[in-house]
Design a protein around this ligand. Sequence first.
Ligand code: AMP
Ligand code: MN
Ligand code: MN
Length: 326
Amino acid sequence: MIESKQRLATTAEVVAELRARRAFVMVSHVKPDGDTLGAGLALGLALRPLGKRVYYFQQDPIPRNLRFLPDADKVSRTVPDDLPPDTLWVFCDMSDSSRAGEFLPPIARSNMLNVDHHLKNSHFAALNYILERESSTGTCVLRLLKELGAPITPPIATALLTTIMTDTGGFMHSNTNAEVLRISAEMMERGADKDLITNEIFANKRFAAITLVGEALATAHIEQNGRFCWSVVDDAMLVRHGADGEDTEEIVQHLRSVEGVEVAALFKSFEGDVRVSLRSNGRVNVQSIAAALGGGGHFRASGLTYPGSLPAAIEAVRAALRAEGL
Ligand code: AMP
Ligand code: MN
Ligand code: MN
């Protein structure tokens, strides 16, 4: 049994635990992205040939543009009821276990492994493998696979390249360093299908998505002397375009790309919830702004669910930005 500890786990300690356990559940965060899913799938794909039982838990449906991931069809909102008591639950890409949602059974801390790269991870597990400098959780998993000596098969390489391309915005974000490109090249050499990933994640949009993005951009606001650009998508807009929440992904990226903008925000008001996506161009730390409002994330990309109305959410973000000197 592993002890609860505050210090971070080493690669060797995590790999010893992976070898010792017989069954695993890979847990991804709500509204999953290519990093949380790809990281868990890559780890599962590597462990199964070692005779391990592997399951994937996700409470939400898999987004259309991630269904190409190897073994995506094995991801489920339920887990078998005959799991051995020493099953290891591997939480991927989440700063806190609450990001897994509300439908997990109670899990002992000693049976949790936390693999992540977010700032201010809450260290909720017995084993916390947190590498804040990594561009994606997938590259944290790759370190584990190398220490484990697991072969990087083409499906694993595709899953890992997906994590990188998701979290670097197709190699455009500032977390794209030389090491990221070297690892990506290695994944391609091992059979990762980059063109498939590019097409599924960055192209292949539904027509409804394009017209929805058009309306969200046409109704965007710019304030604070051009430093803050924001827009809203609500239920009525989705209905007008025949779109859904998955079709909103790229909007905040466009808002951030406006000349002079320091911070961009997209307010998504769906079914009574207000979710906010925040992006920074590097001067303002949007992780601390999101954290102050109950969310979290990274310096340049963060998010939160606001416990109040849409106008209140907009005002709260404005106030938090002013407090940060924007
Ligand atoms: P999004 O704007 O939803 O793409 O999220 C951007 C980043 O913020 C990702 O790294 C998420 O993991 C993180 N994030 C989003 N929503 C939350 C939340 N409610 N709590 C903590 N982190 C979040
Ligand atoms: Mn994520
Ligand atoms: Mn990530």
